[in-house]
Design a protein around this ligand. Structure first.
Ligand code: FPP
Ligand code: MG
Length: 322
């Protein structure tokens, strides 16, 4: 399914302008521009789209006013991915060779830092206020805690609670914050802002569960990432947790996923064991439950046309192949 085609015409126009603004923002230093341009191209733009849609709850919203904040959101996300690819030693991202694979980790760290600094420059220049800065700094803090927690528990099997804590920190709080920031831009009341933040949180949980599934069941030409990447880097996710508790071959699987130098054929073996269990069905069921919770959290105050797109996004998240 094509994500962009699910969006209404107005959002698509916003996206075209957003992409132009993002490119202009990162192009201002020649070499850094060359490094960063491919990094900011090709993403789904899910986070700024959520922000825009929630901000549009205010019929008189000013696109020009909120555009820099939407850009900052996408740049923070891209910066985190650039750093994540260094941590995971990933070679492919968004269908392109990663910055660390192309330029080495030194330049990649600095490119991520640059995008991050640019994001906060836009936020300062936009004078969005302390509340916005606080939400952004908290979400970045949570991203870091999520990554550190993950890094400290590589090659060990997390409990379900630990897994959920990690995906909240890594993904769900970010999506929730985008909705909250949009609601704040639209001056929605506290209850509606909270409901939209809850929608984003559940959407984020479903998004990360599907992401973790795609690592085993996805098509690399669609995801733009190689298969079994999480296993190779020692990140144990829900499909493995489930297969370990259900498979007849759980001892073999446990040996494989806790091995720090797993070979390609062992990765293929682990994926096979996971595929033979009910893991895919189970993870989809859990992701669906979060999508259901996301849907019921949409406040009545928001326009039905916006609601429809938020529902379509939920549908995309659950059915996506990339
Ligand atoms: C992708 O997860 C990575 C993240 C969701 C967050 C990464 C965060 C940091 C590196 C810390 C924050 C840094 C800055 C500069 C803001 P994944 O590895 O599960 O997904 P993937 O398969 O797409 O790599
Ligand atoms: Mg990664």
């Amino acid at each position: 399914m094509d994500f962009i085609s699910t969006l209404d015409e107005l959002t698509s126009n916003d996206l075209i302008k957003l992409n132009e603004f993002i490119e202009l923002t990162v192009k201002d230093e020649p070499f850094i521009g060359e490094v960063c341009l491919p990094l900011v191209r090709g993403g789904k733009r899910l986070r700024p789209i959520l922000f825009f849609l929630c901000a549009k709850s205010d019929k008189n919203y000013s696109f020009e006013k909120i555009m820099p904040l939407a850009t900052a959101i996408e740049l923070i996300h891209t910066a985190s991915l650039v750093h994540d690819d260094i941590l995971d030693s990933s070679n492919m991202r968004r269908g392109e060779i990663t910055a660390n694979a192309k330029y080495g980790p030194q330049i990649a760290v600095l490119a991520g830092d640059y995008l991050f600094a640019k994001a906060f420059q836009l936020v300062s220049e936009g004078s969005y206020g302390d509340k916005v800065s606080l939400i952004l700094s908290k979400l970045v803090k949570n991203l870091c805690i999520g990554e550190i927690t993950q890094d400290r528990s590589l090659f060990t099997v997390p409990s379900m609670t630990e897994y959920y804590e990690r995906i909240c920190l890594k993904t769900a709080i970010f999506l929730s914050s985008c909705c909250e920031l949009g609601a704040i831009a639209a001056n929605l009341n506290k209850a509606d802002t909270k409901s939209l933040a809850e929608y984003g949180l559940n959407l984020g949980l479903a998004f990360q569960i599907v992401d973790d599934l795609l690592d085993f069941f996805g098509d690399p030409s669609a995801t733009g990432k190689s298969l079994g990447g999480d296993l190779k880097s020692g990140v144990i996710t829900l499909p493995v947790i489930r297969a370990l508790s259900m498979s007849n071959e759980s001892d073999t699987l446990l040996n494989l996923v806790t091995k720090s130098n797993i070979s390609d054929s062992e990765v293929a073996n682990a994926i096979n064991i996971i595929k033979q269990s009910d893991s895919e069905y189970y993870c989809k069921m859990r992701a669906n439950a979060h999508i259901d919770s996301a849907m019921v959290n949409l406040p009545n105050a928001i326009d039905s046309s916006i609601k429809l797109v938020l529902l379509q996004i939920a549908d995309f998240v659950i059915n996506r192949t990339w």
